[in-house]
Design a protein. Sequence first.
Length: 162
Amino acid sequence: MKTCTKCKEEKPLDMFGKDNRHKDGLQSSCKECETKRTQSYYEDHPEKRQLSLRDYAQRNPDKVRESQRRWKKENPDKVYAKNQRYLTKLNLANCEISQRTLNAWAAQVKALNPRCDWCLCVDDLEAHHIKPKALYPELALDLTNGQTLCTKHHDEIHSTKF
């Protein structure tokens, strides 16, 4: 048993994280208090949290991609809701262009070019509108306005716009 320096509660040793700087090899505060401290810090410093996440993603692209793929597979209703919000933002949600039609367009774009235009890989391909649907709705289904990108590069394109 060990007493946490933050909450002053006595807890089992497995409730403390490892820290080789201390004699007992454990952190002085329990995991629960450390979690609260970390969350509070990142709430107060959102830009540092964003940098931390970006750094992790750059060092572990395969882990991030696999995590995103797994989340999308496990949460189809949330993915659908997110897509609907996106289409609403683009004023396409109630438009004559349905998600099914956009999916068919994407399948055709990927069939025309079954490799990422940037890195030539063949895994995790997505169709990308070269000219955004929001600005050029008349080109939303034009195959010449589409390019095939892997998930990594598609995300990269959209993250640079923010």
